[in-house]
Design a protein around this ligand. Structure first.
Ligand code: F6P
Length: 324
């Protein structure tokens, strides 16, 4: 391997810049060329390539977003799109890739790697934490801390007005942001797709809940079966006309901001591991950290969607015990 291409794809996540920096620095350390690919797979298809050196990643470890920009790319789902991408890589003599992203990114990487026998190592970059093969994804720690900071503020006003707030957090297919941050803010209820909580159960919980505490925070994952905070709000308004209900959808503030130290260090460690993994012949795998050790998981195993180990009945029980 002589020239490693690096890209970020899918939704951005805080810590992606730290990962890019680590890939570039590790490549230079091992005397390899390194090429930045702009806007994820779009940039591969359009040959949007930039040479990277030590300076191009100076002063980015602390920045949110991604200096390489990112996109969700439909063309890479097609054979023609992937053929263009391969041609561009050949022409530019890029002979390996590090792709930073989530399940969509790895689904594309997996198909491409098999089609062209091309060495790719992935890095888990998503606020959702919904990948197998790593305890935490890059961006998750920052995102849940952003949620906690926001909901703590909402709690102040909820408490002052004796209001019930329904706070929607991100996670299209996964309730991991809602579960952790909900426990962290002391939510009265947490609704996540994995638990399939019916609105009728939520109503029962509120009916049977403490009467001496008028303020309530209900954290709802965007992907929950109930259809998001507004739908839950409508159902509760009907049932509890005396409650003063407010909705707050946190949205994309969860994706931005300075990465926490945990995310910076995870990204840095995994970025170096990806380059060294490629040099050792690893391909078609995601680098992750499990029980403090670096492990490599085939893409197909990493994208099983839900980090099932983390949403166990024990976690759901914990949330229930604490939310009384
Ligand atoms: O995958 C990360 C994520 O932030 C999800 O939690 C969310 O559902 C989705 O991306 C939003 O995507 P977009 O920014 O394209 O609307």
């Amino acid at each position: 391997i002589k020239n490693i291409g690096v890209l970020t794809s899918g939704g951005d996540a805080p810590g992606m810049n730290a990962a890019i920096r680590a890939v570039v620095r590790a490549s230079l350390y091992h005397e390899l060329k390194v090429t930045g690919i702009l806007r994820g797979y779009d940039g591969l298809i359009n040959a949007d390539f930039i040479p990277m050196d030590g300076k191009s990643v100076a002063n980015i470890i602390q920045r949110g977003g991604t200096v390489l920009k990112t996109a969700r790319c439909d063309a890479f789902r097609t054979k023609e799109g992937r053929a263009k991408a391969y041609d561009n890589l050949k022409k530019s003599e890029i002979d390996a890739l590090v792709v930073i992203g989530g399940d969509g990114t790895f689904t594309g990487a997996n198909v491409f790697a098999q089609e062209y026998d091309f060495p790719i190592v992935g890095l888990p970059g998503t606020i959702d934490n919904d990948l197998m093969g790593t305890d935490l994804t890059i961006g998750y720690d920052t995102a849940i801390n952003t949620v906690v900071n926001a909901v703590d503020r909402i709690r102040d006003t909820a408490e002052s007005h004796d209001r019930l707030f329904i706070v929607e957090v991100m996670g299209r297919d996964s309730g991991l942001i809602a579960l952790r941050s909900g426990i962290g803010v002391g939510a009265e209820a947490i609704m996540i797709p994995e638990a399939k909580t019916a609105v009728s159960d939520l109503i029962k919980r509120i009916e049977n809940g403490r009467k001496d505490k008028a303020s309530k925070i209900i954290v709802v994952a965007e992907g929950d079966e109930a259809g998001g905070a507004y739908n839950v709000g409508k159902a509760l308004e009907k049932k509890f006309p005396n409650y003063d209900i407010r909705i707050s959808v946190l949205g994309h503030i969860q994706r931005g901001g300075k990465p926490t130290c945990m995310d910076r260090v995870l990204a840095s460690r995994l970025g170096v591991a990806a380059v060294e993994g490629l040099l050792e012949g690893k391909a078609g795998v995601m680098a992750g950290q499990v029980n403090k050790e670096i492990i490599f998981t085939p893409f197909a195993g990493a994208i099983k969607h839900i980090n099932a180990e983390q949403i166990t009945p024990a976690w759901l029980k914990l949330a229930e015990i604490l939310s009384m």
